[in-house]
Write a protein that binds this ligand. Structure first.
Ligand code: SF4
Length: 218
């Protein structure tokens, strides 16, 4: 199901001319966050291709947000200020799956990587650009991936993978770095975007067999 969601998201932006391409890896840093469901796809891929989890650096503290996407959405929808990110600096070291400028887990790269796209060369400009509607679909997709992974967790790639790899005996320090996935508090969609998001939800429903029809009644 996760792969189908990835495919539908990619289909929505297929008509855009992105500057991203093979060997372009400016956004491949240690700031990738994902759900445990997505992380399991990465672990399965490593196992199926005869690989094991790479040695993960313990000297650097990766991005560890204090709220999941649905946690943030809950704050915004309630009109509350989101808490400041106190101990989660962005870490711009290269991702540990980057090999000679290319992603070594590309077929199963997390949604965060799929949504890091830009219509301008961000390696040159220092900034990524994407249309607002795509940013909205990215947020909606993150919300859905989290809510569909009930009982799972969300966190940094460097924490999620060893946590999953450790099974029942996973280090409790790793577990403490993860956040529980939350149910949908509602979708973060502006009134002008409701129709566009409804179409997206319809496409997701057709691809996954799930009913997303009731999520946006406006
Ligand atoms: S998982 Fe792959 S696409 Fe994602 S940041 Fe790492 S190298 Fe880049």
């Amino acid at each position: 199901m996760i792969s189908k969601i990835y495919q539908v998201f990619a289909g929505e932006s297929a008509g855009l001319a992105f500057a991203c391409g093979p060997g372009c890896a400016s956004c491949c840093t240690r700031n990738v966050t994902l759900t445990t469901g997505e992380g399991q796809l990465v672990l399965d891929f490593l196992r199926d291709t005869g690989r094991t989890l790479p040695e993960l650096p313990s000297d650097l503290v990766p991005l560890r947000p204090t709220l999941t996407t649905n946690g943030l959405a809950e704050c915004y929808l309630a009109g509350r200020e989101a808490p400041a990110e106190s101990e989660s600096p962005w870490l711009f070291e290269p991702c540990f799956f980057l090999e000679e400028g290319r992603c070594s887990v590309y077929p199963v790269r997390p949604f965060a990587c799929r949504s890091f796209v830009s219509t301008v060369n961000c390696g040159e400009s220092g900034l990524a650009e994407a249309p607002d509607w795509l940013v909205t679909l990215t947020i909606v997709t993150n919300q859905l991936l989290e809510s569909l992974d009930r009982g799972g967790c969300w966190g940094n790639l460097a924490d999620i993978l060893p946590f999953l790899d450790g099974g029942a005996g996973a280090d409790s320090r790793l577990a403490a770095r993860l956040l529980p996935n939350l149910p949908l508090p509602g979708l973060l969609v502006a009134p002008a975007e409701v129709r566009m998001v409804k179409n997206y939800l319809t496409n997701l429903g057709k691809a996954t067999g799930l009913d997303f029809g009731g999520l946006l009644r406006r």
